[in-house]
Design a protein around this ligand. Sequence first.
Ligand code: ZN
Ligand code: ZN
Ligand code: ZN
Length: 356
Amino acid sequence: MPEIRFDVLSAGFAIIAQERSKRPSDYRSAQDGAGELPERDPKCPFCPGNERETPPEVWANRTEGNADSPGWTVRVVPNKFPALISRPHGMAEDDAWRVPPFPDSPEGALYWQAPGVGFHEVVVESPAHNGSLGSYSTGHMKKVLEAIKERCAAMYDSSDISYVQVFKNSGKTAGASLTHPHFQIIALPVMPPAILLEGQRLKDYESKTRRCLMCDLLEREAEKDVRVILRNDRFLVLSPFASRRAYETLIVPAEHVSGFTEMNDALMDDLAATIRQLFGAYESMFSALPYNMVFHGLPSSVKTKRGWPYHAHIHVYPRLNTEAGLELGSGTYINPTSPELATREFAGAMGSWEAT
Ligand SMILES: [Zn+2]
Ligand SMILES: [Zn+2]
Ligand SMILES: [Zn+2]
């Protein structure tokens, strides 16, 4: 019998279609047929040697060479076709760039609009065109995370910015237009609905219980131990109880930390190792998995202003199922792989990966 489950963070629903029990091999047609990729593609703007095809770099980890030349291991550049543009350096906040507060009166709310002020950058993860999160060393993965953390902190320094979204699209189905592995960072002048909703749910829970929803959830999931994919000193990876997408995962620091810009060195080390191990398993289960990865967190300055007890986390959303009318219309997703089955499949993949 199918089950309808409630997702405590997003307040959405998942219909877990238990009887279908789809395993990774059942999703073969949904995997992007990328085939074997070369280590370098002469036509790719993110490959070493083609640095001039991107805007000048704003951050890089280099072993040699000057800015905008080969010799980097991680490189951050502004997006060539940015979704939002930043206020020119030194320009005062005049009307043309000012983002008005979101109106609380009904009349004002009907047609609220603002200039598209913000930042849009690309973190090129590796010089290797065929790189992937499961293939990097932990040390390299940490450099990628450091690039993300430093750029986020710089963006939050701007008074124009309310929220910084870090995400990754991998595979055409997941919206990636370039194959070369990269993250994107978009800094928004508004607080987006997904964060408003999660923040409000954490706050509601806290005002009733005096505890953090995510901390409680981690404790409960660790006790039950049927949806814990990976656990180390500082992180847990879960198959969320109401996973709306097959093989969805949630990466959460075990200790309460509100955002990625707040993470210390030890947390960054363990996050790098956790991502690497999780994606090692994903990559052994799926040959070319289309997925989106989104970071959710708030720096304590923003958190305090709103009074939210935010707890940082990362969602990984594989794109193995088509989102259609039911999903768009009702926020309710049909998931043909129960999170408990997904956890068992991961356990198998994790073992074989560790053994090699
Ligand atoms: Zn490339
Ligand atoms: Zn917490
Ligand atoms: Zn979230």
